[in-house]
Design a protein around this ligand. Structure first.
Ligand SMILES: [Zn+2]
Length: 86
C-alpha cells in the first residue's frame, strides 16, 4: 500500500484491547472508529479504495498510526487501560 489515506471515519467508535509487536504481551484499552475508507496505490500504482469496518478498520488505524509515529499506548483510554496478556 503506497500513500495510504484514511477518510470517512465513522462517528461510531469501538472499544477494544489492542496489542502491538512493539511491546509484546502488553494490552492497551482504546477506541477506534468502527468504519473507515482507505485509499492507496497498489503495487501497480493503481488507485484502490477499500471500505473497512470492525477488525480490518481497527487494524488499518493501528498501522496508519505507526506511519504517523503514534503508538497504541498513546491512545489508552485512561491509566487503567493497560494489562499484561494472560
Ligand atoms: Zn503496532
Amino acid at each position: 500500500m503506497y500513500n495510504p489515506e484514511l477518510s470517512n471515519m465513522s462517528e461510531e467508535l469501538i472499544e477494544l484491547w489492542d496489542d502491538c509487536m512493539c511491546f509484546p504481551n502488553l494490552l492497551v484499552r482504546l477506541k477506534r472508529h468502527r468504519s473507515i475508507t482507505l485509499t492507496f496505490l497498489d503495487e501497480n500504482w493503481e488507485p484502490q479504495t477499500w471500505n473497512l469496518k470492525d477488525d480490518l478498520s481497527e487494524l488499518i488505524q493501528h498501522e496508519y498510526d505507526h506511519l504517523e509515529g503514534i503508538l497504541a499506548t498513546q491512545r489508552a483510554i485512561d491509566d487503567k487501560s493497560f494489562k499484561w496478556r494472560a
